[in-house]
Design a protein around this ligand. Structure first.
Ligand SMILES: C[S@@+](CC[C@H](N)C(=O)[O-])C[C@H]1O[C@@H](n2cnc3c(N)ncnc32)[C@H](O)[C@@H]1O
Length: 403
């Protein structure tokens, strides 16, 4: 059966994540905003595991857009869709989300067609007016759309119009609680968004049930938290004892709120540049980390400053990968965020390859990961770019495998 997944702001990362979660490489239709694929399992579980997908559902019709412009034809499609549904109530709410450019005339036509066909089967209805093209989860929840009514998703893809019905939305309340209600939010070290942490963890997947994953610069524990939420066997370390305490405190809170526990001994003080305890040799299935990216800056760098900073960071990262090659299993994966630093008007990348790739690692650029990614924005020849345009330091998320 064809299923659709709608993405938030990070299209390339999100489609790579969907590929990892479904193991399906063939995307029938896709853009920066959505993907449609043949998938027999439950799409709602994929959405719950993902960080980048905001809606998932079933496709019930695909037609040439030019055909659908006729109101009679549109009504036929709606009629077929409604014939497959049963409603508990005689009065329901429904909504429509739009992906791609639709004019207001078409938007009105679809709303009228649905209302008309519902009244034909004796159901009164209220249409949820759109403030944005994609209906917000809170609005859908408040109006009990998925329980009592329905949300149709219309996706323009080239000549085609894809009709889908949402079966699950991202749980916004849960995500914002995990982001903003943690007791320790260490903004001095910069906070990774939980959704991006989640995507990074998913990119490290290798079809293992409870992979052992380490974040060796765990800060206040965002990656650890998201890994626990996925039921991964998480370990965290940091050079800074205060960060280790923050992580422990945050994860205790996470246990109380969400009932997912980490043994405190799995979070410890450790300099990434130094050898880990012998028991960790060839131990981890993956390392997922947003490391130290240089001291905070409040203006763009000069080339000279960039070079000085790069030297220090490349030294740290090359030492880190020396450590990783000892503690990772063969075939183990590293998902690592490198800084892209605003320097004289452009985001400059760090030239780390010669220092890292010689150390038993190969890089898996997005295009090798999933060939269609070469058509996406937000990628480099090495990794995925993540960040806002007003940030001095963005991230380049790169995937490696130990040889
Ligand atoms: C960008 S922060 C990580 C933030 C984390 N992702 C979060 O969301 O809380 C980088 C962390 O690297 C740690 N760090 C710096 N140098 C290190 C080293 N040599 N070994 C281990 N950790 C180090 C810092 O103490 C800091 O907590």
């Amino acid at each position: 059966m064809q299923k659709f997944f709608l993405f938030g702001n990070s299209g390339a990362l999100s489609i790579a994540e969907i590929y990892k979660l479904t193991n399906i490489e063939k995307f029938l239709y896709f853009s920066e905003k959505f993907a449609v694929l043949d998938f027999s399992k439950d799409e709602r579980e994929i959405l719950r595991d993902s960080g980048g997908t905001i809606k998932a559902g079933k496709v019930f019709e695909i037609q040439k857009f030019s055909k659908v412009l006729s109101q009679n034809f549109l009504r036929e499609i709606v009629k077929n869709f409604l014939s497959s549904k049963s409603f508990k109530k005689k009065k329901i709410n429904f909504g429509v989300s739009f992906v791609g450019n639709f004019d207001s005339n078409f938007k009105r036509k679809i709303k009228e067609s649905i209302k008309f066909e519902l009244s034909e089967i004796g159901i009164k209805s209220r249409f949820l007016e759109n403030k944005t093209d994609i209906l917000a989860t809170a609005t859908l929840k408040f109006n009990k759309i998925l329980e009592e009514g329905f949300e149709i998703v219309l996706i323009k893809s080239g000549e085609n119009l894809i009709f889908g019905e949402t079966t699950e939305n991202q749980d916004i309340d849960r995500w914002s609680k995990k982001d903003f209600e943690r007791p320790e939010r260490d903004t001095t070290h910069g906070l990774l968004q939980p959704k991006i942490a989640r995507i990074m963890l998913n990119l490290s997947r290798k079809n293992l049930k409870n992979p052992k994953i380490l974040d060796p610069s765990c800060g206040s524990g965002t990656i650890l938290q998201e890994g626990l939420d996925l039921n991964f066997d998480m370990f965290g370390s940091d050079i800074d004892s205060k960060s280790v305490e923050f992580s422990k405190k945050n994860l205790l809170w996470f246990f109380k709120e969400f009932d997912k526990k980490i043994d405190e001994t799995k979070i410890f003080v450790q300099d990434i540049k130094r050898d880990f305890d012998k028991k960790f040799e060839n131990f981890f299935d993956a390392i997922v980390s947003e490391p130290f990216m240089g001291s905070q800056i409040s203006k763009e760098l000069t080339f000279k400053n960039f070079l000085t900073r790069s030297k220090e960071l490349i030294f740290l990262y090359s030492k880190s990968f020396e450590t990783f090659s000892k503690i990772l299993k063969r075939g183990g994966v590293v998902v690592f965020a490198f800084p892209l630093t605003l320097t004289e008007g452009r985001y400059k990348k760090l030239n780390f390859e010669s220092k890292i790739l010689g150390k038993n690692f190969k890089m898996i650029p997005p295009q090798n990961f999933l060939p269609i990614l070469s058509r996406f924005r937000g990628i480099t020849e090495r990794g995925f770019v993540f960040g806002k345009n007003d940030q001095f330091v963005q991230r380049e998320i790169v995937v490696f495998e130990k040889l």
